[in-house]
Design a binder for this molecule. Structure first.
Ligand code: BES
Ligand code: MN
Ligand code: ZN
Length: 484
């Protein structure tokens, strides 16, 4: 079922309309009296006496057709809490037929973007991926915003919309199955983002070979599809300041290669390109809202397959950095793709910082579950900014350690390093240590291991299950708060 939500500014047209009305923490309904009849007023007053006022949303079914939803808002409510209320409202109004709701704008405490955040939360929660259902049902939920006060400026509207479209684009990419979104198709889709003003460069196998990106190429060599490195550039300022760089793991499907994964849940590995999807979604968002910064997205697109030509355990490859890698486990492929992408990004763009996102290790799910992404960084300032931005949009990060003693664990007898460690545990950290070896010029860098965050089986506050789009809102907030 697909749902369309349209927001319109309006007057209350008729007394039979559904209402969403904001009240204070004590559910004082006097200030909203003008929207309801005196009969409704006394009916609700009565019911409120026995209602659980700790709940933030109370629903009153006045007739079989008319609902009044009271939403209580506390003083100093945070933007993310407002978003969550909007998402909660979606849960209430979702089951049902076409419907129309009027929403008031008073009592929304001097937050000029209150309605914006509220509807943003509702919108994010309403996303569903139903492309491959033959039966398509469309249902229309219309939300009409009453009154003039507190309405969004057009600039803020553009920002919310861009962020929704960026997030949904990332979710769409992650939701696509491996047979559809293979590297060839993925590269094509990214190319189509040119129309938003992004400069797209596609490096195909031939070019990558010439550049010497053998770590990336080795992962994709067993696939009948191509391997790619794609760059997306956004120039939002006239000056030539160093860009912010975002790098994403785009493993369109990860079988593990010859270090084959077990059958059960291998299907989940269609989301092994979620890091790259967050980067692509972020870049789309920046272009749509014409962000006043220079930024570059770099994604490595490959498919980790088994075939007569696939990489073997024990193979040694020479990376773009010149460093050699002994492949002890073909399932530790994400770090190989990122290694070349990181060195390339640093050399080509000389960025202010590099942030990479990757569904890199199962071990990070053991440590942090689906609550926090793992953050590894060589820079305290960047780390703190990321953590703060993450708290604001509830895409949380937990900083994990890097240390030379972990780094030692990936030294190899036969090459400069090996792609896994057999002793010492700390699987997420040794993966991060591996990545750090490919920064050659001390550029501030952060690695976000999002294996536990990219996909949600049961849904979260702002998603209804499936791809979350984790990272798009986080990095947008980082840029807005510290770099724009
Ligand atoms: N894509 C996986 C990591 C992953 C696991 C993501 C579960 C999402 C859910 C990655 O390529 C991988 O296979 N990592 C291995 C590394 C190991 C071989 C050192 C892992 O975590 O088991
Ligand atoms: Mn793997
Ligand atoms: Zn993987």
């Amino acid at each position: 079922m697909s749902i369309k939500i349209s927001f319109k500014k309006s007057k209350l047209e008729r007394t039979s309309a559904n209402l969403v009305l904001f009240v204070d923490e004590r559910f004082d309904i006097k200030p909203i009296k003008k929207y309801i009849s005196s009969l409704e007023y006394s009916y609700i007053s009565d019911l409120l006496k026995t209602s659980d006022l700790k709940k933030k949303l109370l629903v009153f079914n006045l007739t079989s057709k008319k609902k009044i939803v009271l939403v209580s808002i506390k003083k100093n409510i945070k933007n993310s809490e407002i978003e969550n209320l909007g998402a909660e409202l979606y849960g209430i109004i979702n089951p049902g037929k076409n419907s129309e709701y009027f929403i008031n704008t008073e009592n929304t405490i001097n937050n000029k973007n209150f309605i914006g955040y509220f509807l943003h939360g509702l919108k994010l929660k309403s996303y569903e991926f139903k492309k491959y259902k033959s039966k398509k049902e469309t249902r229309l939920i219309t939300i009409k915003v009453l009154g003039r006060k507190n309405n969004l400026s057009s600039l803020d509207q553009i920002k919310f919309k861009a962020l929704e479209q960026g997030t949904f684009y990332a979710r769409d990419l992650v939701s696509e199955p491996g047979n559809v979104l293979h590297p060839d198709e993925y590269a094509k889709r990214i190319k189509s983002l040119k129309k938003y003003g992004l400069k797209i460069n596609i490096y195909d196998q031939k070019k990558l070979k010439r550049l010497g990106m053998n770590a990336l190429l080795g992962v994709g060599q067993g696939s009948i599809r191509g391997s790619y490195l794609v760059t997306l550039e956004w120039k939002g300022t006239r000056n030539s300041s160093r860009p912010l760089a975002f790098i994403g793991k785009g493993v369109c499907f990860d079988t593990g290669g010859y270090s084959l994964k077990p059958a059960k849940f291998m299907e989940d590995m269609t989301y092994d390109m979620a890091g790259s999807a967050a980067v692509v979604g972020l870049m789309k968002n920046l272009a749509l809202r014409k962000a006043k910064i220079n930024a570059v997205g770099v994604v490595g697109l490959v498919e980790n397959m088994v075939s007569g030509n696939a990489q073997r355990p024990g193979d040694i490859v020479k990376s773009y950095s010149g460093k050699t890698i002994e492949i002890l486990n073909t399932d530790a492929e994400g770090r190989l793709v990122l290694a070349d992408a990181i060195t390339f990004t640093e050399k080509k763009f000389k960025p202010k910082f590099m942030i990479d996102l990757a569904t890199l290790t199962g071990a990070i799910i053991v440590s942090l579950g689906s609550e926090y992404a793992g953050l590894f960084s060589n820079d305290d300032k960047l780390s703190n900014e990321l953590i703060k931005a993450g708290e604001k949009v509830e895409e949380k990060l937990w900083r994990m350690p890097l240390h030379k003693n972990f780094d030692k664990l990936i030294n190899s007898k036969n090459a400069d390093m090996q792609n896994i460690n057999y002793v010492g545990g700390a699987g997420s950290t040794t993966a991060a240590q591996f990545l750090q070896r490919f920064i050659l010029n001390k550029t501030p860098w952060a690695h976000l291991d999002i294996a536990g965050m990219a996909f949600s089986k049961y849904g979260g506050a702002l998603n209804s299950g499936g791809a979350t789009g984790y990272g798009v809102r986080l990095l947008n907030q980082l840029i807005e708060d510290y770099y724009e």
